[in-house]
Design a protein around this ligand. Structure first.
Ligand code: BGC
Length: 744
């Protein structure tokens, strides 16, 4: 049923939507609900509370046996040994009173054993189908070992690269993030739930990526409008795609920690979106509400979390220890607990755990690192590599003597990136290995630096080797441990002496091709003059080596795009393309050296940027070069004016004007010129990959439903505001000329 456009406050709209919602967002039908009720009716209060308790596994199964038998653990995380998982399940199913199976969880973030590029790298593919296929591989490997729940995808919009966890998400853009969210949910869970389905957990709800100054775990101050227009839509898209679970975040937003935030959990997620999946806390985020000063003790925060709509407690033991007394005192209603248990049981039933709690241990081993999994990981790494600079040296012609150098050339652990718990470095193929396999006897290797943070003076050994080479391939970047949780950085230049190594290589006069493998966009402006080409690969995973070799030697034409703005210097952060228009928009750049001596106290112009670094980033969002070139022409909308229920058809001609076949990432941006509140200067509304042979050109049409232009304006109701709009079709967020249209 399509709801009419409602012109009254969101809360009322929500009440109506909720009362109309007759379907389960996670796919449960009537029979599932009946099973849920039947189990629930047999449970004691203690057994119900037990289901709401999640613990991290330790080394010894016997430590948990009694608790599992008593039904006081609903889920375990961090156990991946299939033999132990079977034993856990056996105790639950055969020895507990009600035989409720366990939900086994793991952070399977970008692959299980076969590791894919980090999520930021996956976002750089701008290819949801590929990302979905990768998530399916992760699910096949993990579920074979008994893991049926992953704490992924992370949907935190991140606009400050100092934040280490920027590596784990899809970058700065709401639209791109939403498309990647849907893809990962579909991939993990499968189009139909079966024994290979791994429940997705969309996290961290919400705003965690906006922590002050990019420092992890810090406070956020997002207004309701920012939440609704920028931070919530990827979660809503993932809920619509059927995400079975969600995790509350560590941060407090405007003073309210997410795990006790009734507005976001109860009103928006449960109320407006009708989410009937499982809500879990982040690791001890219930307990941390005491540190936040949002609760006096564990009992107090347990009540706050339960009453906000949280179903499962990860590692605070707050529910287990206090819910019973909170029910007795009337601080938490039994109906609240019943609802939580329903949400947990629903997931277990849908995953088929009651029918198939066990796994086939031998079959599990055979699934890991299957050739088709490695091929999928390689393709993802190829598509995610972003060519940032090329003076024509790439693609490299074979047959030359190559010097391979740099701390990331042969760093099998580090190229896996953050949150790769189950990736094994002995299965990783590094660039050095891939190049040696490809050109036996033609590759010299002198690391120069053995790890990214190493400091060193003088590179005589590297320079001597470089003199004998025809071309230098240098692999730079960050170790895996420099990004991810609790790894924020204030300085984003290449660590250690890497810039010095590059400068030394430049002095040899030999062509230098640099590849940067990192967990975030580093500030590499000062390094660009020292290389002929730069390929940026967010930590590329198990098959990074062959993938990068294929790109460097032209078997694959690079097509990755920046999923985040690359800064010239860290002081520019946060700088993102879809910022709101200021009252003094810049029309050109006046820089610090343009200021005359003893100038008067005047504004030099519209300087809504830093005088020393200017208005622009190093590379804009959506940017990436190819070995070929593309040209857009004849961009036109099918009409000049649209109604709010119409669809905008944009047609244009895309031509491959270069010498190589290649894929362009076509991007469509829109600007709403006047709103009831100020609007972003541009917003991505569509993207797609288009393959064209060298010299080929094609007429293309993109459809954008006008309702895609809706936003939460002054009255906090989502709708399209009639008026004038501009639209760009281009290869990145900073290019192209706008066409105009109206919505009436
Ligand atoms: C992280 C989550 C993760 C959880 C379980 C927490 O520290 O914030 O993203 O899923 O641990 O490992």
């Amino acid at each position: 049923m399509k709801l009419p456009r409602l012109l009254f406050p969101a809360a009322i709209a929500c009440a109506i939507i909720c009362s109309c919602a007759s379907h389960s967002t996670i796919g449960a039908g009537k029979d599932v609900e009946q099973r849920v009720e039947s189990i629930l009716s047999k449970m004691t209060l203690a057994e119900k509370i037990g289901q709401m308790n999640q613990v991290s596994a330790g080394a010894d199964v016997s430590n948990y046996a009694d608790a599992l038998r008593a039904g006081s653990i609903g889920s375990i995380l961090n156990e991946v040994d299939p033999v132990k998982i079977n034993e856990f399940q056996r105790i639950c199913v055969e020895e507990s009173r009600l035989g409720i199976p366990l939900l086994v969880a793991r952070d399977v973030i970008h692959g299980f054993h076969t590791v894919f590029p980090i999520p930021l790298g996956l976002a750089a593919t701008f290819d949801p189908a590929l990302v979905e296929a990768g998530a399916r591989v992760a699910a096949l490997e993990a579920t074979a070992q008994g893991v049926r729940w992953t704490f992924s995808p992370m949907l935190d919009i991140a606009r400050d690269p100092r934040w280490g966890r920027i590596a784990e998400g899809s970058g700065e853009d709401t639209y791109l993030d939403a498309r990647m969210a849907e893809a990962m949910v579909r991939g993990y869970q499968g189009t139909q739930l079966d024994s290979t389905s791994m429940a997705a957990c969309i996290k961290h709800f919400v705003g965690y990526g906006a922590g002050e100054g990019g420092r992890d775990y810090n406070s956020t101050y997002l207004t309701e409008r920012q939440l609704r227009n920028v931070y919530l839509p990827p979660f809503e898209a993932a809920v619509k795609a059927g995400a079975m679970t969600l995790m509350t975040s560590f941060n407090d937003n405007d003073g309210v920690p997410s795990t006790g935030n009734t507005f976001v959990v109860k009103d928006v997620l449960r109320g407006e979106w009708g989410f009937d999946g499982l809500v879990v806390t982040d690791w001890n985020s219930m307990g941390e509400m005491i540190n936040h000063g949002f609760g006096t003790d564990r009992k107090d925060v347990a009540a706050k979390a339960a009453n906000a709509g949280v179903d499962m407690d990860m590692m605070t033991y707050g529910f287990l220890s206090h819910l019973e007394e909170l029910v007795k005192s009337g601080d938490v209603k039994v109906s609240t607990i019943d609802n939580a248990v329903r949400n947990i049981l629903r997931v277990k039933i849908l995953l088929g755990l009651f029918e198939n709690p066990y796994i086939d241990v031998e079959a599990a081993a055979a699934v890991q690192y299957a050739p088709e999994h490695l091929a999928a990981a390689q393709k993802s790494a190829e598509q995610s590599a972003i060519l940032l600079k090329n003076d024509g040296i790439l693609p490299l012609a074979p047959g030359r003597r190559i010097l391979v150098t740099g701390p990331m050339a042969d760093a099998p652990h580090d190229q896996l990136g953050t949150w790769a718990f189950d990736g094994e470095k002995q299965h990783t193929v590094t660039p050095l290995q891939a190049l040696r396999d490809r050109f036996p006897g033609k590759v010299d290797y002198v690391p120069g630096l053995s790890f990214s943070r190493e400091k060193r003076q003088g590179f005589a050994d590297v320079i001597a080797a470089a003199r004998k080479a025809d071309v230098i391939l240098v692999f730079l970047g960050e170790e895996a441990i420099l990004s991810g949780e609790a790894h924020s950085l204030a300085d984003l230049n290449l660590q250690g002496s890497q810039s010095d190594l590059l400068a030394a290589l430049k002095t040899t006069g030999k062509p230098v091709v640099a590849t940067v493998m990192a967990g975030r966009p580093l500030t590499i402006e000062r390094d660009l003059p020292n290389c002929n080409a730069v390929l940026y690969s967010f930590h590329p995973g198990t098959m990074g080596g062959p993938a990068l070799a294929n790109v460097i030697f032209g078997d694959v034409n690079p097509s990755g795009r920046t999923p985040i703005t690359f800064l010239r210097t860290v002081g520019q952060a946060p700088l993102y393309y879809s910022h709101n228009m200021t009252g003094r928009p810049y029309t050109g750049q006046t820089l610090i050296d343009d200021i005359p001596l003893e100038a008067g106290q005047t504004s030099l112009g519209n300087t809504s940027y830093y005088l020393d670094y200017g208005a622009y980033p190093l590379f804009p969002f959506g940017y990436g070069l190819s070995y070929t070139s593309f040209e857009y022409s004849g961009i036109a909308t099918d009409r000049a004016e649209y109604g709010v229920d119409d669809t905008i058809e944009v047609s244009f001609t895309l031509a491959n004007t270069g010498k190589y076949d290649g894929e362009e990432v076509v991007q469509v941006y829109v600007r709403d010129l006047v709103g009831s509140v100020t609007r972003p200067v541009k917003e991505l509304k569509h993207f797609e990959r288009v393959f064209l042979k060298a010299g080929e050109s094609r007429q293309l049409t993109v459809s954008i439903p006008t309702e895609e232009l809706a936003f939460y304006g002054l009255d906090m109701v989502k709708k399209v505001e009639p008026g004038d709009f501009q639209l760009w079709v281009a290869g990145d967020s900073a290019s192209g000329k706008p066409v105009s249209f109206k919505v009436k």
